[in-house]
Design a protein. Structure first.
Length: 165
């Protein structure tokens, strides 16, 4: 029997409820979903790779067919290593689509057998990004409902704040 394995790549700095929405939906579509954290030396993440692995592992603990991994380099190489058939990507807006289309077409050129599947998050998360969550939190705003509670606790450890949080 063939099983369909997919990779859901990203920085997940931090994981948001939008990410978790896509993970939940992806877990129903694919036999196995690997949530893959890109170790990107060009970005300046708030959380270390190991902290992001811990948060994602906690977040996906209830899914029997979801695992967490890390990778660097080309996504297509990681997908080959994992024997994945598809890449799951979220699209929130037209601007996401333009970027994701370019990436999908390049990935197809490098690995024609790897399919890219686009999913839109639930409308209530369509504006949520890790970058926006960090910015709002750093400026003292509430991110309740946008990230899991354990992520808020981790943000409090990393970002000096006031009593409003």
């Amino acid at each position: 029997m063939n099983t369909v394995k997919a990779i859901y790549p990203g920085s997940f700095d931090p994981v948001t409820n939008g990410h978790l929405d896509l993970i939940a939906r992806g877990s129903k579509i694919f036999d196995h979903l690997v949530v893959a954290i890109l170790r990107n030396s060009h970005k300046n993440p708030l959380f270390t790779v190991s902290e992001r692995v811990e948060m994602l592992t906690e977040a996906v603990a209830g899914f029997g067919n979801v695992s967490v991994a890390t990778f660097d380099g080309l996504l297509v190489d990681f997908a080959r290593q994992e024997q994945a058939h598809a890449v799951l990507r979220g699209i929130r807006a037209i601007s996401d689509y333009e970027y994701e289309l370019q990436m999908a077409l390049m990935n197809r050129r490098l690995s024609p057998e790897l399919e890219t599947i686009f999913l839109m998050p639930d409308a209530k998360y369509s504006f949520v990004s890790s970058r926006l969550v960090k910015e709002v939190f750093e400026l003292g705003g509430s991110v309740d409902g946008l990230v899991p509670e354990f992520v808020i606790e981790r943000l409090k450890q990393h970002v000096p704040g006031d009593e409003r949080r």
